[in-house]
Design a protein around this ligand. Sequence first.
Ligand SMILES: [Zn+2]
Length: 347
Amino acid sequence: MGPLESGCRCGIVLVFSPTSVLGAEDLHGAKDLTVRVLAKGGMVSVAAVLLLFGSAYPGHTGPAVPRTSKAKVESPNQTSSRYAAFKGGRKIWGHGVGRKITFTFDDGPHYQTTPRLLDHLDAYGLKATFFINSRRANPFGLGSAKSYAALLETHRRGHLLANHTHAHPNLRTIPPAKQKRQIELTDRLISRVTGEQSYLFRPPYGAMSPYAKQLLRKQGTTVVMWNLGSEDDKYFNVSKVLNAVMAKVERHGGGIILMHDTHYWTIEAVPPIIQAVRVESCVNLARGEEPYEMVGLKYFWRKRGGGTVPRSRADHRRWLSHRAALVKLCNSQPRAPLPAFIRGESS
Ligand SMILES: [Zn+2]
């Protein structure tokens, strides 16, 4: 909604890979494609990404990548510990975690856009964090009741729900009592849906007030900012959002993506972003470097005074599975030269 609100979810891979994973020709092709994705706007960029790795859209056939046809529903036991793990965290921006990327979506839920995004994320087996405005999801309203259903579905599919205030005010412009109310209303809605408190908060416009800072710290809430803004409220098309995100991924080497699940162009930019990150990961693997891994928000959590969330055995197994799938994917790419118009050659 505001100028700072441009930006948002998830994980792929790993490292220690020999340079022989891709042949020189493959590497040249992949890098050339990526350069074009970063350097040029327009549909060519999107087409290039989809050409190399296939499409998430019906009717296209992609490579054998980890994709799930059905959403994995979290059990109560799994969900009960997801939020408590964030208690007592310090303010995080997304830096300093290596080549890890996570998606965050603000300002939802919206019944017209959020459900399609959930399907995209399921298709790639990714989990995101949704910073919601509770005003949008009144279970007894007309349109908002449908958005409330989208919120329930977001939780059911295993994503994190987080506080972005009730009505998206600038906290610096309203008195402390109203700030408290804005935060409490959304906490209450999240508790109603998840059965527990969310210890995650993102201030609208990135604007934190001294009062809110003190209140959240007292609650033990972690404030989540971002370093990979998608600029999806400045650019209203898929290609430009894709290019904005990938340029920042290149610059920062990973981090927290900020997007808005209330924009249809944002929703459709998510699959190309995931595909473009895979292109970059194949290039990294071919160089013997660490590829990108799309992960959940917990990898970015830092305790006040030090400490991180340890990676579980299940996380490690998932990581190995993703890495193996990526190596297979990178090796299966077409060896034929890319079409001239994508390579930027004049005919
Ligand atoms: Zn916002």
